[in-house]
Write a protein that binds this ligand. Structure first.
Ligand SMILES: Cc1cc2nc3c(=O)[nH]c(=O)nc-3n(C[C@H](O)[C@H](O)[C@H](O)COP(=O)(O)OP(=O)(O)OC[C@H]3O[C@@H](n4cnc5c(N)ncnc54)[C@H](O)[C@@H]3O)c2cc1C
Length: 677
């Protein structure tokens, strides 16, 4: 049981929960952190560790971990198979080789990778092993080894469910649905410290006090995932808002926000079309908006059916869009052509598993014997030489068909509408080696923490989420200790902030009727702006215009309010305002990075009239500038200043530590607790 008291504010009495650590979110990262923290407190002699932490989440069962996946959702770990040697240092080299990744964090992700992997295995996540118990792996995108593994399409859902079962077994309180709307801090600048969270209990949102609930805590761990709803074209689960806006407002510094991943996904349901979905070489075609006038649009751009079919095949493990894989009819040319059909020609694009790519014009008929050796060999070894893509999919990955069927789509009969979707943000809030942000006692883990840079191996997001939770829990239990802060001190520190927030909510409701624009309409504007200017194809001029429009929008929202139909929809107003703050931060970083001359990198293109044309048949607006590799050595940070404006600065990448590992010294430092300092 958590300590509960009341905060009397005018005629209202708002609940206040006091504990040592509040973990916000209930994805794979949050739940794992809770498990570790419970165990560490227990190991340190706390008899009731469940009173020292709680999980506060807007949606138990929501978020990318529980709701998203792909044909074979990947978990990236240190290699542990056969004769292939691997080390944490090599792992860190892979994580950092795309650039803009701090080496110390990459090494930590390598050093703790197996601990976290086996933690998942022990919890019951069904990662496949061979008859000797060895965990075999495969190669994923941006991966020089076979470090990847998978528990099937729903790897991260298994992680959530197994972790949730542990959390429940431990009796850790889960407060749901509670949505964090502000982080409570004291102090300014470098002395700023997080002391709690203000949340709305959805169930009481219609009450006088709007369900406002205060959490008084020594530490706050944010694990609220990526900003999926910020984009119009997104494969994140619906309603995955993230909480970047409130972290910015609390003074947290973010970095690498420019480095998001985009790739081909189905729109309904939202699902990644990577791996086997592409390796079976389905037919792509486009139609008019009403579904008429089908065209084999890719055929116009490829010199032969062999080249086209191989490019589709390669998209399987070259899934995210990558400017380096455009030239020479590379697999990422397909993403550009899909974008061109949708954005420039206003057509819809489909993927059809019932048919092979169809021959038109000068392209010869599709034949499985006319593929590049890499593709042919793979299909041969997989026993997947059946006549149609759906038969090959049935052979290689039946669950990938089943999961669509469970969501009302029969791939044996229906095509999927597809687009190049926002899928993941490699960047996020900057953290130190304990996943603590620049605001002390505010930890950020999972996708909300930005530990990856321009490119990352597929599956490394899940590894990073687990390692981050472990590190935060270590720091909290071993360095900060089990203190539960006093309620009276907390209330005297945050009383005015909470009163101001309450007044802001009331003012928003008062203005709701006269506000010129509906909250949903403004949300759509933000989403479209992010897809148009912060998506897969960008330009300096476009980003600059987008920043201006975003700044104006924020001023308008704060001046005029947002229209809502009912009082209880005040949360929409808060979410849209927070999303507006977040998108301004993202766009500012995007503009400033392009202005520094970054060029096209990671998973986006930057327009350049003197640049490379992806294909001679495309218009000159598709010319893109090459990457400037010098910028791989720096990371662009962005934060909301005391002046209410976003600022950016480039900081050098921290190298991979080269310190010598000497057992006796480490043992001594461990026993004395210095390793947690
Ligand atoms: C389609 C798709 C496929 C992917 N495939 C892979 C893959 O193969 N390998 C890989 O490594 N990664 C993959 N990723 C990325 C990976 O799934 C995510 O980065 C990861 O699951 C994020 O986990 P998380 O715990 O940080 O956040 P999430 O799982 O997104 O959880 C966020 C939680 O925060 C809660 N929340 C949000 N806002 C608030 C708030 N204001 N107050 C309280 N609670 C809040 C939500 O309800 C949710 O519980 C994929 C992502 C997508 C979308």
């Amino acid at each position: 049981m958590l300590q509960r008291t009341l905060f009397h504010l005018g005629e209202l009495s708002l609940p206040v929960y006091s504990t040592n650590t509040v973990i916000v979110g209930s994805g794979a990262a949050a739940l794992n952190c809770a498990e570790h923290l419970y165990r560490f407190f227990q190991e340190r002699g706390e008899t009731r560790p469940e009173e020292l932490l709680c999980i506060v989440t807007a949606g138990l069962g929501a978020g990318a971990s529980n709701c998203s996946g792909s044909d074979k959702q990947t978990y990236y770990k240190l290699g542990i198979q056969g004769k292939t040697p691997d080390t944490p240092h090599d792992f860190a080299l892979t994580l950092t080789q795309g650039g803009c990744t701090h080496g110390d964090l990459a090494l930590i992700e390598g050093e703790n990778s197996l601990r976290e992997f086996y933690h998942l295995v022990e919890k019951g996540v069904p990662f496949p092993h061979n008859e000797r118990g060895g965990f075999v792996g495969y190669k994923t995108d941006h991966d020089p080894r076979q470090r990847a593994t998978s528990a099937g399409p729903w790897t991260s859902r298994f992680m959530v469910q197994k972790s949730l079962a542990q959390v429940r077994r431990f009796g850790i309180p889960i407060l749901a649905p509670y949505e964090a709307i502000a982080l409570l801090t004291v102090g300014e600048g470098k002395a700023r410290r997080c002391i709690g969270v203000l949340a709305v209990n959805h169930k009481d949102a219609e009450e006088e006090g709007f369900g406002l609930t205060l959490f008084n805590a020594e530490n706050v761990v944010m694990a609220t995932g990526g900003p999926g709803e910020m984009y119009a074209v997104s494969v994140y689960p619906r309603y995955q808002m993230g909480a970047h806006g409130i972290c910015f407002e609390a003074g947290a510094v973010a970095h690498n926000l420019t480095e998001s991943q985009f790739g081909l996904a189905s729109l309904t349901p939202r699902w990644n079309l990577s791996g086997t979905y592409q390796q079976v070489i389905p037919r792509y075609y486009s139609t008019d908006p009403d579904g008429s006038n089908p065209r084999e649009f890719l055929n116009d751009y490829f010199p032969s059916m062999r080249a086209l079919a191989t490019a589709i095949f390669l998209k399987g493990y070259q899934w995210p869009f990558d400017p380096d894989k455009v030239a020479g009819f590379g697999s990422s040319l397909i993403d550009i052509l899909v974008e061109h059909e949708r954005r420039d020609l206003g057509r819809r694009v489909w993927m059809d598993f019932t048919r092979n790519p169809m021959a038109t014009g000068r392209l010869e008929p599709f034949s499985l014997s006319d593929l590049e050796p890499e593709a042919r060999l793979y299909l041969e070894r997989s026993g997947a030489l059946q006549e149609t893509p759906i038969q090959r999919l049935e052979r290689m990955n039946p669950p990938s068909i089943e999961l669509y069927r469970n969501r009302g789509v029969d791939l044996t009969r229906e095509p999927l509408e597809i687009a190049v979707c926002a899928q993941h943000n490699n960047g996020g809030f900057a953290v130190d080696r304990w996943w603590e942000s620049n605001v002390s006692h505010l930890f950020v883990i999972g996708e909300q923490a930005g530990t990856h840079g321009v490119k990352r191996p597929g599956g490394s997001a899940l590894n990073a989420g687990q390692v981050g939770g472990l590190r935060a829990a270590q720091r909290i239990a071993h360095a900060y200790g089990p203190r539960v802060p006093s309620v009276s001190e907390f209330l005297s520190a945050v009383g005015d902030t909470v009163a101001a927030k309450l007044e802001a909510i009331r003012a928003g409701i008062r203005r709701a009727e006269s506000a010129p624009r509906r909250a949903e309409e403004v949300q759509r504007e933000i989403q479209q702006r992010m897809t148009d200017f912060g998506g897969v194809s960008r330009s300096l001029e476009g980003a600059a215009r987008a920043v201006d429009a975003a700044s104006r929008l924020l001023v308008e929202i704060r001046r005029d309010g947002l229209r809502i139909e009912r009082r209880r929809h005040f949360l929409r107003q808060l979410r849209v305002e927070a999303m507006c703050v977040a998108h301004l931060g993202y766009l500012t970083a995007i503009r400033d990075l392009i202005a520094r001359g970054s060029g096209s990198r990671g998973s986006h293109l930057v327009a350049d009239p003197k640049g490379i044309l992806p294909h001679p048949a495309l218009g000159s607006e598709w010319r893109f500038g090459p990457e400037n590799p010098a910028l791989r050595e720096e990371i662009l940070e962005v934060w909301l200043g005391e002046d209410g404006e976003f600022h950016t600065r480039a900081v050098p990448v921290r190298p991979i530590p080269e310190s010598e590992f000497w057992f006796e010294n480490t043992w001594e430092a461990y026993r004395s607790g210095r390793v947690f300092e």
